[in-house]
Design a binder for this molecule. Structure first.
Ligand code: IPD
Ligand code: CA
Length: 281
């Protein structure tokens, strides 16, 4: 039997899955044990409220160091240090802390997110092969390998059955720029009267993983970066979610919508009607 380019042998998938989990747990231990009582901002990125802490940098450095020791020829794409191409066809897409603002304030919803992808490390072009999202504060750990199901602390996951939008708890998130937020405010204002309620957890990876274990009925967000999406999108898909964009596009920066197929169909139609993939106010 010949393997399609996106198919990996089972033993390689298992190796990638085990390393993803080891990386996420080791970086998670650093983030947890090294958190000072007051966290300082080390730098800002796209706007004054898009922050980086010393721990984002230290966690990514740990992930890069272990990857370099274990799989020196793979590529790495991380939030803080960007892309280093490899030669094996596997790229690790890592977020050293997803939910940095929660980390800053001591709100316990932040995670280390690690994925191994093949193909270009670009949403819609990659195939996510293995994933781990480790919630640092309480230790919950979501894992998945492609075709093998999704798990939370070893327990197999399934998304909630589809519900009407009016009975659906919908997670979302907001970007860091004023223009993006004006548009996101417009969309949320239109959506809020039509859903059970909205949740803004503050970590896109934990939103998608929470959807996988039935803690949300649906999720959408504009502006996700590859490291926000890679690992958690596989967890959600392996738990039975559809993860997609608007207007036939794949999930990605323009828009990500996730949930059971019927809920996603309704939500996508509504978000398209609202031009939720446009930053116009
Ligand atoms: C952010 C979180 C947040 C989402 C933002 C992301 P970061 O990631 O995932 O929930 O709304 O779009 O940028 O900055 O904490 O790694
Ligand atoms: Ca981050």
């Amino acid at each position: 039997m010949s393997l399609a380019p996106q198919d990996l042998p089972a033993d390689e998938l298992a190796r990638l899955g085990a390393l993803a989990e080891r990386l996420a747990r080791e970086a998670g231990a650093l983030v947890r044990d090294g958190r000072p009582r007051r966290v300082d901002v080390a730098a800002t990125k796209t706007s004054p409220i898009d922050v980086v802490t010393a721990m984002d940098l230290a966690s990514e450095a740990l992930l890069r160091r272990v990857l370099h020791e274990e799989r020196p020829d793979d590529g790495i794409l991380g939030e803080e240090e960007g892309h280093a191409a490899g030669t094996t066809g596997v790229t690790w897409v890592v977020d050293p802390i997803d939910g940095t603002v929660n980390y800053l304030y001591g709100i316990p919803a932040y995670a280390v997110s690690v994925a191994a992808v093949t193909g270009p490390p670009v949403p819609g072009e990659w195939t996510v092969q293995a994933a781990c999202v480790h919630a640092v504060a309480d230790g919950r750990t979501w894992t998945a390998v492609r075709g093998g199901g999704a798990f939370l602390d070893g327990e197999r996951l399934a998304v909630n059955p589809p519900a009407p939008l009016a009975a659906s708890l919908v997670g979302t998130g907001f970007g860091y720029t004023v223009e993006r937020r004006r548009a996101q405010g417009r969309v949320v204002a239109a959506l809020l009267p039509r859903v059970r309620d909205i949740r803004r957890i503050g970590s896109a990876a934990m939103d998608l993983c929470t959807l996988a274990n039935g803690g949300l009925d649906a999720y959408f967000e504009r502006g996700l970066a590859p490291w926000d999406l890679a690992a958690a999108s596989l967890v959600a898909q392996e738990a039975g979610a559809v993860v997609t964009g608007l207007r036939g596009a794949a999930a990605g920066t323009a828009m990500t919508v996730a949930g059971p197929a019927a809920t996603v169909a309704t939500l996508v139609a509504l978000l398209e009607e609202l031009d939720a993939d446009d930053d116009a106010p």
